[in-house]
Design a protein around this ligand. Structure first.
Ligand SMILES: Cc1cc2nc3c(=O)[nH]c(=O)nc-3n(C[C@H](O)[C@H](O)[C@H](O)COP(=O)(O)O)c2cc1C
Length: 322
């Protein structure tokens, strides 16, 4: 990593434009990141969001699994959410020693329960607390790791004063999901507004990297969008559900046979079983992935129905071997 202004900064070291695997709760754990990494690795990984207040509470042990990683998923940024600045500072200090390449703060999750609690997207309307959270995280890393924010375009409406505010917080990167909280995922991502935020960045904070996010399904599409809007990078979330090789220059997925797809799911299940012992993660979380691999061939629906009934990794592997 490069030393920038006296500190290491992974954001400076990535190729341009770079591709990031998006944080997805209960999806992008160490197991899935390893599966994607073996198919076609992104330039940068994120953890699922982890609650900083929970990490500094007796519930900590249960949350640490979200921070678990291997040296195959590198570089990796830890994403935090929560409400209490001091808990961000304490957690940031701990993350420095755990081997992460940076810390990202979630100011974009639109889930109602989270909003009601004043976290994530709700911070758009509470700039005093947002500034305190960013400052506490920056204090916690003490210049040893970069700090970024992932956010949306606004709560109810597009609100560029929010991005102007963020660009004045000395962030290393700003990741923009091109929708408002009210939009949830119901309308297409608005890349024109992401481009306006990049223009703001050029004026206010040229050192802050701008990453666009929303609806990118292929590498070619990501390259075109980043070139058109002059972005530093692109983040891809649900695109990996349609193509686990989405980060490859030439994806082999369209030609994948049934046998190859089943073998890939088998690898996922085996890794899951080896990683999450003693029900650390519910076996049902695997059902989310079933459709990725078990689709696009004759009998896929029937096989999926069978697999969804399985109550253990052993049972899943038995069906996949038959
Ligand atoms: C199942 C799921 C879980 C998600 N969890 C997170 C999360 O933990 N942190 C976060 O910042 N965004 C989360 N997101 C939002 C994604 O990171 C991304 O911003 C969004 O899906 C839009 O990008 P896409 O169109 O490429 O999927 C989640 C999205 C999905 C579908």
């Amino acid at each position: 990593m490069k030393l920038v202004g006296g500190r290491f900064n992974i954001w400076e070291d990535l190729p341009r434009p770079f591709f990031i695997l998006a944080p997805m709760d209960d999806v992008t754990d160490t197991v899935f990141r390893q599966v994607i990494g073996r198919c076609a690795p992104p330039d940068l990984y994120f953890t699922e969001f982890v609650n900083a207040d929970g990490l500094q509470s007796p519930g900590r042990k249960n949350l640490l699994k979200k921070l678990q990683f291997t040296d195959k998923e590198q570089p990796l940024i830890a994403q935090l959410w929560g409400k209490v600045p001091e808990n961000y500072a304490k957690t940031a200090r701990e993350l420095v020693d755990m081997g992460f390449a940076g810390i990202d703060i979630n100011m974009g999750c639109p889930v109602k329960a989270v909003l009601k609690n004043g976290c994530c997207c709700a911070l758009i309307d509470n700039r005093e607390l947002a500034a305190a959270i960013i400052a506490a995280t920056q204090r916690g890393v003490a210049g040893k790791l970069p700090v970024s924010v992932k956010t949306r375009l606004g709560i109810r409406e597009i609100d560029l004063s929010w991005h102007e505010f963020l660009l004045n917080q000395n962030l290393d990167a700003l990741i923009i999901h091109g929708r408002t909280a009210r939009n949830m995922s119901d309308v297409p991502a608005d890349w024109q507004t992401i481009a306006k935020i990049r223009e703001l960045r050029d004026k206010i904070a040229p050192h802050t990297k701008i990453i666009g996010n929303g609806d990118v399904l292929t590498r070619a599409q990501g390259l075109a969008l980043s070139a058109e809007h002059e972005l530093d990078g692109v983040m891809v979330g649900r695109g990996v559900f349609q193509d686990p090789f989405v980060f490859a220059e030439q994806s082999p997925w369209p030609d994948y046979t049934k046998e190859q797809k089943v073998a890939l799911y088998r690898r996922h299940v085996e890794l899951f079983a080896a990683t999450w012992k003693d029900n650390q993660r519910n076996i049902n979380t695997l059902n989310k992935f079933c459709k990725i691999y078990i689709s696009g061939f004759d009998g896929a629906k029937e096989l999926r129905e069978q697999l969804m009934q399985a109550k253990s990794a052993e049972a899943l592997l038995k069906i996949l071997a038959s």
